[in-house]
Design a protein around this ligand. Sequence first.
Ligand code: ARG
Length: 265
Amino acid sequence: MNLLVVCRCYVLLELLAVNCQNLIQGRIVGGYAPAPNSIKYIVSLQTTKGQHFCGGSLVHKYWVLTAAHCNIGTEQMMIVAGDYSLSTFEGTEQYSKPHRLIPHPLYNKTTNNADIMLIKLRVPMVIGSYVSLAPLPRQGTGVMAGRVCRVSGWGYTSLGGGQIPSTLLTVKLPIVSSARCNSSESFNGNITSNMICAGYNAGGKDACKGDSGGPLVCEGRVYGVVSWGNGCGDAKFPGVYTAVSKFRRWVDRTIYSSYIRCLKY
Ligand code: ARG
């Protein structure tokens, strides 16, 4: 029998199985599976053993934007672009080890301030049908409270919900004003001007463990990097994201000066 036909049936069955699982148990928290390879700038950060631990966004063929708390060291890390299901080889994946990790110099792991990092890749990703670049907001541009954005990742579907789902998930969330996010009801003053919040007051939809570093996209641009929260999808506690627009200049300068250095040496 034709091998191609067998393969196709297998893929179809697998897709059905994945979809059924999604109906039974939502993923990210309260999200759904986007069309395969429709979010082409998202990358999975994995250990060299193939364990997914964080997300990221491809912002240049040689550079990934992620969270500083995803820094596990250059030797331990592998970056995968063009992925959808982490548990199946789809043939669309591209792999690179990091050449250099550049966490923001002001990153503070106690306060989570400036939780942003650039990864220079050893091998450039090839831009094409399955891999694209993520547009970033201009320096200092804000998103209004109530604007609906979208966060995606391969993270947990609930806190302590044990396992990493294998397909990418996404969920739509409104931006919450910093005033409300900082209120005593919520994060009580721990939200700095370098953070933005997104979620519903009732909870139920959120990013979770393993989504860190991944993109919160508003109006087609990566305005937020998944950073921290209180549990996952808890009422009154939106997710907290690094405000990318506060770091646009740092991103551009870091990438640019890396090439100046290349020319010099
Ligand atoms: N810090 C977590 C991670 O390392 C992600 C936190 C996001 N949590 C949330 N409730 N939005 O993956």
